[in-house]
Design a protein around this ligand. Structure first.
Ligand code: SAH
Length: 630
């Protein structure tokens, strides 16, 4: 992919191991598709530094060898790399480990697509065409709290085909997930809140400092119902819990406060308000505390960013509780509350300042800017005339690297193997505008979207339409636009010309006979001009069921300037299974089947036929060196 693109189809490094010479040949071929791939001769001493999340390890050898090699390194699905095994002939490309989060399934399909083999996928959700919960969570920035429930709830989804979801964030759900209002009926919760107050945790999977648990909130409350503080109390065992990382903590502390004390104060604040630690996005404070050792090491321990603001900036925030002590010490009206609000970009606090020993903590919810800020990318991809072999490797990579695919049924059918695991939005032939709008909408959510066009995307296809819609959207509202990359494909013109020999060797004009978007008078004018100027003429969209007369009108016009024996090539379904190629002439061309899968190429006054091929001479015959036999 271009180095300038912000989301390349492949992240992480790719290492390809082989044993035999034939394996090495295949490894080198595969490496051609992955610019940064390394090929390595397999040895029993596996380079353990490669065992890293985001890496892809491809082994061209027997699966037994691979299993024995990787067994000592395997940890869990959160951190293991994608492991793929394939045979030397690339007949079977097996996704062995980390099918979902490691993307081994996706990569096995991709590799099978590149090498012409079959991907072997064994994860049940893929086989049943159901969403994978972990991939969906990752795509929506949700953190899984109780990994032990993932496979149980996943099995429920596979057995029942649907899941009940209680969601407080307003996340987009796949169609198989049904929203429920009563959390006790949900299989899956998307929330920042802790509802099960009897569980001695606030989302932390490590021992809690001082055992400040969520119990503090409502230890006298019953098994279900409301706690003393008016919070819902519900038994969440058996439910999968997902957290959105969107809470920002504002923290103030006296100099020299220990990491331990800060941690305890944070845990107590969250627990008292039934908020999950896993929902923490970042910390914020006043700039003079940016090197405060306890605060810095607390942030580092949990991998949280620490954002700081100057006193002047903190003093611009309205509606916070003033702190005379902070004013005396720092010049700021307060620290915890205004820094939380500034960092979160919001106006209201979720939890006002809590003073616990030497620490003050306030909590604000980060405002949802994802939709506007993080526009994704749109690839407008040309998939050529038909078979996958005629799609460029670059275009294949872009398709494989996209989250969503938007296109028209027939073209999508032709590339089924490349997109089997993708979210696909298919619309009918005449709904191009809907398709482009949908692509823009999907990309506004941060997704990478491939808009599929047959042939070349910039020739009677989708590229112009996407750009026009974006241009209009931009001038209407001044909103940001997604990054766009147009990826060329082999147009019908190239494909059909190649089947006919060399008809386009000299100047040519291409004219679409469809008057759906262009007035027929304009089309006629262009036919006259091209015929008169002796251009070779390629006719796209020559004839449809409801529009049969245009091709004969075009022929009449061209016959006014060209002889009836001018060669004409009629190519139907080029590079597809039902391809047909006919070479005839202007006089007889209408005797052959012509439809919307056909392109007609009409020679110029010099075009000749030889050996059932069309040749439009370029002029070499006039040059001395051409006449070698004379
Ligand atoms: N973007 C496409 C053209 C779309 S217009 C491209 O660059 O090829 C649709 C027209 O293209 C069809 O009516 C037909 O005239 C032509 N066409 C597309 N695929 C074709 C194929 N495989 N064989 C012959 N003509 C084809």
């Amino acid at each position: 992919m271009s180095s300038g693109s912000n989301k390349t189809p492949h992240a992480g490094s790719v290492a390809i191991f082989y044993i035999t010479d034939r394996g090495r040949g295949l490894a080198e071929r595969l490496a051609g598709y992955y610019p940064a791939a390394e090929t390595k001769k397999y040895s029993a001493r596996f380079p353990s530094q490669l065992w890293k999340k985001d890496n892809t390890l491809v082994f061209i050898m027997a699966s037994g060898i691979v299993i024995r090699t990787i067994a000592p390194y395997m940890k869990d699905k959160k951190s293991d790399p994608a492991v793929i095994v394939m045979d030397e002939k690339a007949q079977h490309v097996i996704s062995l480990l980390s099918g979902h989060l490691g993307k081994a399934n996706q990569k096995a399909r991709e590799i099978a697509g590149f090498l012409g083999g079959e991907a072997v996928i064994t994860t049940a959700s893929d086989l049943n065409n159901l969403p994978s919960i972990d991939l969906w969570a990752e795509a929506n920035n949700l953190v899984i709290e109780n990994w032990d429930m993932l496979s149980k709830v996943g099995t429920k989804l596979i057995n029942r085909g649907t899941l009940s979801v209680y969601d407080e964030i307003g996340i987009i759900l796949p169609p198989e997930f049904k929203r429920v209002d009563d959390l006790s009926h949900a299989d899956l919760l998307v929330t920042n809140n802790i509802y099960d107050i009897d569980i001695n945790s606030c989302g932390l999977s490590f021992p809690l400092a001082g055992n400040l648990s969520a119990k503090a909130a409502g230890k006298d409350a019953g098994q279900a119902g409301m706690t003393k503080q008016g919070k819902i109390n519900c038994d969440t065992s058996g439910k999968l819990i997902l957290r959105l990382k969107n809470l920002v903590l504002g923290i103030g502390c006296n100099s020299g406060t220990s990491e331990q004390e800060i941690e305890s104060a944070v845990i107590k604040t969250l627990a008292d308000h039934n908020l999950s630690f896993l929902s923490l996005h970042s910390l914020s404070t006043i700039d003079i505390k940016k090197n405060e050792p306890g605060l810095v090491s607390f942030a580092a321990k949990f991998g949280l960013d620490l954002q700081t603001f100057g006193a002047d900036e903190l003093n611009t925030v309205k509606g916070v509780t003033p702190s005379p002590a902070a004013k005396r010490a720092t010049g700021a009206q307060a620290v915890a509350e205004p820094s939380a609000l500034l960092a979160a970009g919001g106006r209201t606090l979720l939890v006002p300042k809590q003073k616990i020993g030497n620490v003050t903590v306030a909590v604000a919810k980060k405002t949802e800017r994802r939709r506007k800020m993080e526009y994704g990318k749109i690839f407008i991809v040309g998939t050529g005339p038909g078979s996958i072999d005629h799609i460029t490797p670059y275009a294949q990579k872009a398709i494989r690297g996209s989250d969503s695919i938007v296109g028209y049924g027939t073209y999508l059918d032709l590339i089924q193997d490349l997109i089997a695991d993708k979210e696909v939005v298919a619309t009918g032939m005449t709904q191009e505008i809907d398709r482009c709008r949908k692509a823009i909408e999907l990309s506004s959510d941060g997704r990478t979207v491939a808009v599929i066009s047959g042939g070349d995307p910039g020739i009677y296809a989708m590229a112009g339409l996407v750009l026009e819609l974006l241009k209009n959207q931009h001038s209407e509202s001044g909103t940001r636009s997604p990054e766009i990359e147009v990826i060329p494909g082999i147009s019908a013109l190239n494909a059909c010309a190649s089947r006919l020999g060399a008809p386009l060797m000299h100047d040519f004009a291409s004219i679409s006979l469809s008057d759906r978007l262009t007035q027929w008078e304009t089309i006629e004018k262009r036919l006259y001009a091209a015929a008169m100027a002796d251009f070779v003429i390629a006719l796209y969209n020559p004839k449809s069921k409801g529009r049969t007369e245009h091709i004969s009108r075009a022929r009449q016009i061209i016959l006014q300037y060209r002889s009836p024996d001018t060669p004409v090539g009629i190519v139907r379904a080029a590079m597809r299974e039902n391809e047909s190629v006919i070479i005839t002439d202007l006089e007889h061309m209408l005797e052959h089947d012509i439809d919307m899968q056909t392109t007609v190429i009409i020679g110029n006054s010099k075009t000749l036929t030889w050996n059932n091929l069309m040749i439009t001479p370029r002029g070499y015959e006039k040059k001395h060196q051409f006449r070698t036999n004379e």
